[in-house]
Design a protein around this ligand. Structure first.
Ligand SMILES: Nc1ncnc2c1ncn2[C@@H]1O[C@H](COP(=O)(O)OP(=O)(O)OP(=O)(O)O)[C@@H](O)[C@H]1O
Ligand SMILES: [Mg+2]
Length: 252
């Protein structure tokens, strides 16, 4: 039965370039099943943010297709998708609570009582109840990131796109973000998460290693580690292994 359901994200033969001359993607394929946490790993400029924007419908492929839950994503805010951008999209002059409420309205949560309840629930979830009436400009960086996460998930989107959500977080907060992500995936939310860190990668159900707009390896963390041929390989080793292989230097 579940086989009939469209994938959370399906990218097929996708081409995209910002200026038409320098392509970022030339025929990218990617399939993300529902209810998994899927990591996009890759160095600066690999195309992670661009891919998330394409999945969010903010950018359009020049060729090929990007489908979210079987549909072409709409460029405006939609209830299907929550996006936590790489650079914070929260409003510093509003309080934490006002920001979350603003996004809830933007996503079409028009019933006031229901919205209030959900805003409170989400503020509790990211442990910002006590600072909810503080202007975001006065919060620490990690707290701002929590506000940003709350804004992305307030409307209970089935697909959450998180662009480097754990950058700059202390280890305790990073662990708590991952607890949140796991509990959301456990409830059926699909998470597509970009990151540079192997710590994040290890938490994901599946990973794609991205390099210069190409997927150089894809699979579960365990499969990718084992594919290096060394039983003691770390995920970092695996990433370097596949990066070298892609560059045609497998000699090591
Ligand atoms: N607005 C833009 N206009 C033109 N080129 C862009 C724009 N944004 C990104 N690029 C280019 O697209 C390519 C992919 O960039 P992207 O931001 O998607 O990488 P990334 O993997 O998210 O990197 P990072 O880890 O630094 O966030 C890079 O070559 C970058 O220079
Ligand atoms: Mg980026």
């Amino acid at each position: 039965m579940s086989d009939e359901q469209p994938l959370a994200v399906q990218v097929q033969g996708m081409h995209f370039g910002y200026d038409g001359r320098t392509p970022v993607f030339q025929g990218l394929d990617l399939a993300v099943a529902r209810g998994v946490s899927y990591g996009l790993l890759g160095p600066n400029g690999a195309g992670k943010t661009t891919l998330l924007r394409l999945v969010a419908g903010r950018l359009k492929p020049s060729r090929g297709s990007v489908l979210v839950l079987g549909h072409t994503p709409h460029p405006s805010l939609t209830r299907d998708i929550g996006l936590m951008p790489q650079s914070s999209a929260v409003y510093p002059e509003l309080t934490a609570r006002e920001n979350v409420d603003f996004f809830a309205r933007m996503y079409g949560m028009s019933r006031r009582g229901e919205r209030r309840e959900r805003v409170e629930e989400v503020l509790r979830f990211v442990e910002l109840e006590e600072r909810q009436n503080t202007h975001v400009s006065r919060l620490s960086g990690g707290m701002r990131q929590r506000v940003s996460l709350a804004c992305a998930l307030v409307h209970r989107p089935p697909l959450l796109l998180l662009d480097e959500p754990t950058v700059g977080l202390d280890p305790e907060l990073r662990a708590s973000f991952w607890e949140h992500f796991r509990s959301m995936a456990g409830e059926g939310t699909t998470l597509l998460i970009s990151s540079h860190t192997m710590d994040d990668a290890a938490h994901c159900d599946r990973l794609a290693f991205l390099r210069s707009g190409r997927v150089v390896a894809e699979g579960s963390p365990e499969t990718l580690r084992r594919a290096t041929g060394r039983p003691d390989a770390s995920l970092e080793d695996a990433f370097l292994h596949f990066a070298r292989q892609e560059a045609g230097d497998v000699s090591r």
